[in-house]
Design a protein around this ligand. Structure first.
Ligand code: ZN
Length: 163
């Protein structure tokens, strides 16, 4: 295996755009590459798998089905929580996420869907759950991860974590 290929334990830089099946732009790196540690579930599994074995300069069009992206939509759909519960949280903006502790002590992410009257609508589904993800990706950098990065499970430095 060449050291110039995408593989577990390497830090990968990609430029990307993400569109939904209707062709609407959802997200883009816009000249600030996404930096991630391959094999550490930093990115959705369908995209991580598609990038494995690729090289700097490779361009890919990848369609990631929901099961390999942010999951299928599940559960009862948006639930109302009194706005007063968010009194200390600042501005409530759809798309924001926060974590709640379940009865068995697990942290569960919830996303804010909207506000109706004195209720904040929240949903356990990621906003992109149930959506096929259309990625256009170009690999712009590959390097070996440092020991500290492997230990933490994410890259450090420009585009990565700062701590
Ligand atoms: Zn770290």
């Amino acid at each position: 295996m060449s050291s110039s290929e995408v593989a577990d334990g390497r830090v990968i830089e990609i430029e990307y755009t993400l569109k939904n099946p209707a062709g609407e732009l959802l997200d883009a790196s816009e000249g600030e590459p996404l930096v991630y540690l391959h094999g550490a579930e930093n990115i959705v599994p369908g995209l991580e798998n598609a990038l494995a074995g690729k090289s700097v300069g490779d361009k890919l069009e990848v369609v990631v089905p929901p099961a390999e992206g942010y999951g299928e939509r599940e559960g009862p759909g948006p639930q109302g929580i009194p706005l007063t519960s968010f009194a200390n949280e600042g501005e409530i903006v759809p798309g924001m996420s926060f974590a709640v502790e379940t009865e068995d002590g697990q942290l569960m992410p919830l996303w804010i869907v909207g506000v109706e009257g004195d209720q904040v609508l929240v949903d356990a589904n990621h906003p992109l759950a149930g959506v096929a993800l259309h990625f256009s990706v170009e690999i712009v950098g590959i390097r070996e991860a440092r020991a500290e990065e492997l230990e933490h499970g994410h890259p450090h430095g420009p585009g990565g974590h700062h701590h």
